[in-house]
Design a protein around this ligand. Structure first.
Ligand code: SF4
Length: 179
C-alpha cells in the first residue's frame, strides 16, 4: 500500500519522462534527431560529434567540450530530482533531468541548445523550473497513438520503434513496467 502511495506521489511530483521509459526514449530520440538540438555524442568517445559541435559554435573541440550537460542551465540534479530517478548507475558521469527537452540526459553529453549557468542542484530552483514548464511537459502517449504504434511492432523500423516494441514486451501488467 505504502509503495503504491509513493508511486502515485512521484507521478504527481516528478516530470512524466522520469517515470515513463517510453516517453523518456521518445523525447531523447527527438533531441538526438532534431537539427537544432543534436543531443550527443551517443558514444562518449566519439570525437567527431565534438568536432561538429565546435563548428556549430564556431570554436575548437577543446572549448566545445567545456559545454556539457553537467554545467548546462537546464540540467537538474537536485536532491528531489534524484529521488525521481533513483538507482541509475552511470559510467563517466551521472544522469540529470533536462528541463529544455524533457528527458534524462547524461552529464558528459551536450547539445546545440546548451546554455551556461548550471547545473540545478537545489530543490528550490528545480521547483521553479517545474513551475515554468507547467503545461509543456508531455504527459505521454495517447491510447490511440499507442495502439497505432503497437500495430507496427510486427515489423518495427528505426531505433525509436524498436525500443517501443521492446518495452511492450517488458511490461509485466497492463500499464505497469518492470523498469
Ligand atoms: S541539459 Fe542542456 S546540454 Fe543537456 S540536453 Fe538539456 S539543454 Fe542540452
Amino acid at each position: 500500500m505504502l509503495k503504491v502511495i509513493i508511486k502515485k506521489v512521484k507521478q504527481l511530483l516528478c516530470p512524466p519522462a522520469t517515470q515513463d521509459l517510453e516517453l523518456n526514449t521518445k523525447n531523447r530520440n527527438a533531441a538526438i534527431e532534431a537539427e537544432h538540438i543534436q543531443y550527443g555524442p551517443l558514444n562518449l568517445a566519439d570525437e567527431e560529434w565534438w568536432k561538429r559541435a565546435s563548428e556549430h559554435w564556431n570554436t575548437t573541440p577543446e572549448v566545445a567540450k567545456e559545454s556539457k550537460c553537467s554545467n548546462c542551465v537546464a540540467f537538474d540534479i537536485s536532491p528531489r530530482m534524484k529521488e525521481c530517478m533513483p538507482g541509475s548507475v552511470q559510467e563517466d558521469g551521472e544522469l540529470g533531468y533536462c528541463w529544455m527537452h524533457h528527458f534524462k540526459c547524461h552529464s558528459a553529453r551536450s547539445c546545440y541548445t546548451w546554455a551556461a549557468g548550471g547545473p540545478i542542484s537545489e530543490d528550490e530552483k528545480s521547483i521553479e523550473w517545474q513551475d515554468k514548464n507547467k503545461g509543456q511537459l508531455q504527459e505521454g502517449w495517447s491510447e490511440k497513438e499507442r495502439q497505432t504504434r503497437k500495430d507496427k511492432c510486427a515489423n518495427p523500423k528505426g531505433f525509436t520503434m524498436k525500443q517501443f516494441c521492446k518495452n511492450q514486451k517488458t511490461r509485466s501488467k497492463k500499464g505497469e513496467k518492470k523498469n
